[in-house]
Design a protein around this ligand. Structure first.
Ligand SMILES: [Zn+2]
Length: 468
C-alpha cells in the first residue's frame, strides 16, 4: 500500500536530466552521460529529477515515516529510503553503509552563547565515516557502478577522501585520492588508508588537486566523485528531507551550514526547494553559509552585492574572485575556489539568508562550546555556531527564532586541534598569509587543560573541589 501510494503521489513520469546551471545555456543531458561540467559552456550541472507535485502530500510523508520501521535493508539507509525523489531506478546497484538517520540535538549552552533561547544541531558527523560526505557518496558510487567505471577519484581536504575510500570499497571500485601533502588531518588520512584507497599526495593545495581531478575525468575508466558531481548533491539533499521529518514538518526560520566547496549548501538548498515544489513545506528556511575568514571568497562576493543584485538570483555574478592561498585551521573548509559557488549563492539568495565569515578565534571558542553541550564536532562545523552568534548580534537572527545548524564532521576527525586549544598551544594559521609574521596564538576562552596531580586521594579531592 505505501509503495503504491508513493508511486501514485510523485515522481518520474519520465527520467530526469542533467541540466546546466547557466540559465543562458540551459543545455540538458541524459542521466547516463558521464559529464561533470556542461560540455557546451563549462558551467556546473544539476539534476532535474522531474518530480511532480503529489496529490496528497500527507500520504508521501506517511510513506517515508513508515519506512523507518521497515525491515527492507535498503530502508536502513537514510538516503535510499527517499529513492522516489532521487534520479535512480528501483533496480540500481545501491551502495550503502546505512548512512543518514543522524541526530538533531538541542544545544542549550551553545544557544545561550549565541544569545538565542534555543538552538538545534543536526549532526552529520554521525554518518558511517564521521562526516556529511557519506550521504552523497552513497549516490555517487551507485552512479559510478551504473556508468561502468573501474576507479573513483577525488581531490580532498580529508573528509571526502575518507568517505570515497569507504563507499568505493563497498561498491567494489578502486578508490584513488589526491591530497594536498601535509595539509590533511592525520585522522582523515588514516581512514582513507584503512579503507584500502590509493592515496596520492600532491605538492600543491586543494585547488591544484581539484584541477588534476578534472583532467583525469576524461579517462573513461575513471569516475570523478568531487562535489562538482551532481549525483553527490542528490544524496546530500536528502538531509533536508530527513531534517523536515525530524522537525515534524515545521520549517525552521534559519538553517546554517559551514561553507567550503559549497556542495553542502547547494544540496540543502536544492532539497528545501524540492520540498517546497512538492508542496511538503510552505516556505524556505533562510539558508546561511559561514566561511572561515582566511578562506572566504563567497562571503567577500556576498558582501559586495547590492540589495538589487541580492534580489535578482536568476542573474548571478559571472565570476568569483578566488582566494589564492586560503588559510584556516578548519581544514575541511580550507578552499579558495569553491566549485559549487554559483548553485550555493543562488540557494542562499533565494531563501533570504546570508554568507559571512568568522575568525579563527571565533571558530575555536564556538567549537569548545559545542563540546560543552556534549556534542563535539570538527573545527569547520563550529563556524556555524560562531556565525549564528554574529548573525544574532546583527539582528538577522531573532532571539526566539527557530534555528538549526548543520554540523558536518565528528569531533575525532581532528583531535590535535582540540588538545592544542585546551592546552593553550593553538595558533592561528591566518597569520601565515604573511610568511614573516609570527603565528597568532588563539586564547581559548573555554580552555580545559589537563592537570598534573600527585598520586594521592587528598590531591585529587582538592582538584575536584577547585573545579566545582
Ligand atoms: Zn552550459
Amino acid at each position: 500500500m505505501p509503495q503504491r501510494l508513493a508511486r501514485a503521489a510523485e515522481k518520474k513520469a519520465e527520467p530526469g536530466v542533467q541540466r546546466c546551471v547557466n540559465r543562458a545555456c540551459g543545455a540538458t543531458y541524459g542521466l547516463g552521460e558521464r559529464i561533470y561540467l556542461c560540455p557546451r559552456c563549462g558551467e556546473t550541472l544539476e539534476i532535474d529529477c522531474r518530480l511532480t507535485r503529489p496529490r496528497n502530500p500527507d500520504a508521501l510523508r506517511r510513506y517515508w515515516a513508515a519506512k523507518t520501521a521497515s525491515k527492507f535493508p535498503r530502508d536502513g539507509s537514510g538516503v535510499w529510503r527517499y529513492l522516489n525523489v532521487l534520479p535512480f531506478e528501483d533496480d540500481a546497484p545501491f551502495v550503502s553503509l546505512f548512512e543518514g538517520h543522524t541526530p538533531l540535538f538541542h544545544a542549550p549552552r551553545s544557544a545561550q552563547y549565541c544569545g538565542l533561547s534555543d538552538l538545534r544541531l543536526k549532526h552529520q558527523g554521525y554518518n558511517p565515516t564521521g562526516s556529511f560526505k557519506d550521504t552523497g557518496m552513497a549516490t555517487a558510487m551507485t552512479q559510478a557502478l551504473i556508468s561502468g567505471a573501474r576507479t573513483a577519484v577525488c581531490a580532498s581536504t580529508g573528509n571526502t577522501a575518507a568517505s570515497l575510500a569507504a563507499y568505493a570499497a563497498r561498491g567494489g571500485l578502486q578508490a584513488a585520492i589526491l591530497l594536498p601533502r601535509g595539509q590533511v588531518s592525520p585522522s582523515k588520512l588514516a581512514q582513507s588508508l584503512d579503507y584500502g584507497a590509493l592515496v596520492l599526495e600532491i605538492d600543491g593545495n586543494f585547488d591544484a588537486c581539484m584541477r588534476l581531478v578534472q583532467e583525469l575525468g576524461d579517462d573513461p575508466s575513471i569516475y570523478v566523485a568531487n562535489s562538482i558531481n551532481p549525483f553527490r548533491i542528490e544524496g546530500q539533499k536528502t538531509v533536508a528531507f530527513e531534517l523536515m521529518e525530524q522537525c515534524a514538518w515545521q520549517v525552521p526560520d534559519h538553517v546554517v551550514v559551514p561553507g567550503g566547496n559549497m556542495g553542502n549548501s547547494t544540496a540543502l538548498g536544492k532539497g528545501f526547494q524540492e520540498l517546497l515544489d512538492l508542496g511538503l513545506i510552505n516556505r524556505l528556511p533562510k539558508l546561511s553559509v559561514i566561511q572561515a575568514e582566511g578562506a572566504a571568497p563567497l562571503a567577500h562576493l556576498f558582501a559586495s552585492l547590492t540589495p538589487k543584485q541580492r534580489a535578482d538570483f536568476d542573474h548571478l555574478p559571472e565570476k568569483l574572485a578566488p582566494v589564492e592561498n586560503p588559510q584556516t585551521l578548519a581544514t575541511a573548509i580550507k578552499i579558495g575556489a569553491p566549485v559549487s559557488w554559483k548553485k550555493a549563492l543562488r540557494a542562499v539568495l533565494r531563501s533570504g539568508g546570508k554568507i559571512i565569515a568568522v575568525s579563527e578565534q571565533e571558530i575555536a571558542d564556538a567549537k569548545a562550546m559545542i563540546g560543552r553541550d556534549s556534542i563535539g564536532c570538527e573545527p569547520a562545523s563550529a563556524t556555524t555556531v560562531a556565525g549564528i552568534k554574529k548573525l544574532a548580534a546583527a539582528g538577522h537572527i531573532g532571539r526566539k527564532d527557530d534555528v538549526v545548524a548543520v554540523l558536518t564532521g565528528h569531533a575525532l576527525k581532528d583531535p590535535d586541534y582540540m588538545i592544542r586549544y585546551h592546552e593553550g598551544t593553538l595558533t592561528s594559521a591566518a597569520a601565515a598569509k604573511d610568511a614573516s609574521a609570527p603565528p597568532k596564538p588563539i586564547a581559548g576562552a573555554f580552555q580545559n587543560a589537563p592537570e598534573r596531580v600527585s598520586a594521592t586521594k587528598t590531591a585529587i579531592l582538592a582538584s575536584l573541589e577547585r573545579r566545582r
